[in-house]
Design a protein around this ligand. Structure first.
Ligand code: NDP
Ligand code: 8X3
Length: 252
């Protein structure tokens, strides 16, 4: 039977590349995000290129009732979710803690922590019923290290790390694998969002070196998801070759 992957935040960057990677490997897909136009376009492109089915679900991961409504709308044939990629997330702002904007803080906490929990809460019972499943949480180098002005973003990704470890323990007896992928700098829309649409500032982040590309992370997620049943890759920390830590980057 064709397997199913649910990928949150598939309207751009890592999530979009991951959807394409799983389609390439013959998975049917549930792709989610808030920008419905982009989801429809991606579904169209994927189904034209690959012989798979794609279901689009438009919801904001921060709103539990929206997550539940979207998940409840799934027809029974979509309920056997083999892989959940908790990818939807963002940084908003890059300010010292004393200047931080509370709205930015809440956006990051609500999306990166509460959103991941809400989606997991609705998918885990389906995986338990199927007696198998694999959850891949997208963390970050910011989940391993704290860096100047990263404060709340780093805190949310440290929370993702703790949740990943704890979920792995809680779901052990249910046969559900839990992994995380922690990338360094990846050239996506991430910095545009972090800098509130300031395209110039976002572009400068990736100048003078080759960052990771979304497909590098997508291929890593696929590798993790495609290991044999007895193997779980707990965590992958993946960096551009020129990046040694959150802040040490060998730029031209
Ligand atoms: P993008 O901004 O390109 O993609 C983010 C995705 O998350 C979009 O599809 C967006 O969809 C979705 N999203 C954001 N907020 C919400 C929300 N409230 N509800 C539903 N979906 C939401 O960034 P990336 O691809 O880089 O980011 C993906 C993940 O990777 C994030 O968790 C990020 O923290 C992590 N990461 C990124 C790194 C990088 O350098 N780029 C490095 C390490 C980790 P939409 O706006 O349509 O809702
Ligand atoms: C995104 C990478 O270095 O901006 O998680 O925190 S970084």
């Amino acid at each position: 039977m064709t397997k199913i992957a649910l990928i949150t935040g598939a309207t751009s960057g890592i999530g979009e590349a991951t959807a394409i990677e799983f389609a390439k490997h013959n998975y049917n897909l549930i792709i989610t995000g808030r920008r419905s136009g982009r989801l429809i376009e991606l579904a169209k492109n994927i189904t034209e290129e690959y012989d798979v089915k794609v279901k689009t679900l438009v919801f904001d991961v921060r709103i539990k009732t929206s997550v539940d409504e979207a998940m409840d709308s799934l027809e029974a044939r979509w309920n056997k979710i083999d892989v959940l990629v908790n990818n939807a997330g963002l940084a908003s702002g890059l300010d010292p803690i004393q200047n931080g904007d509370v709205a930015d803080w809440e956006k990051m906490i609500d999306t990166n922590v509460k959103g991941l929990l809400y989606v997991s809460k609705s998918v885990i019972p389906l995986m338990i019923a199927n007696k198998k499943g694999h959850i891949v949480n997208i963390s970050s180098i910011a989940g391993k290290e704290a860096y100047a002005n990263g404060n709340v973003y780093c805190a949310t990704k440290h929370a993702v790390e703790a949740l990943t470890k704890s979920m792995r323990i809680d779901l052990l007896k249910e046969g559900i694998k839990v992994s995380s992928v922690s990338p360094g700098m990846v050239d996506t829309e991430f910095s545009q969002v972090r800098f509130h649409g300031d395209a110039k500032r976002a572009e400068d982040v990736y100048k003078g070196f080759e960052p990771l590309h979304a497909v590098d992370i997508a291929e890593t997620i696929w590798f993790i998801a495609s290991r044999p049943a007895h193997v779980n890759i707990n965590d992958v920390l993946i960096m551009p070759t020129v990046q040694a830590s959150a802040v040490y980057v060998n730029k031209d």
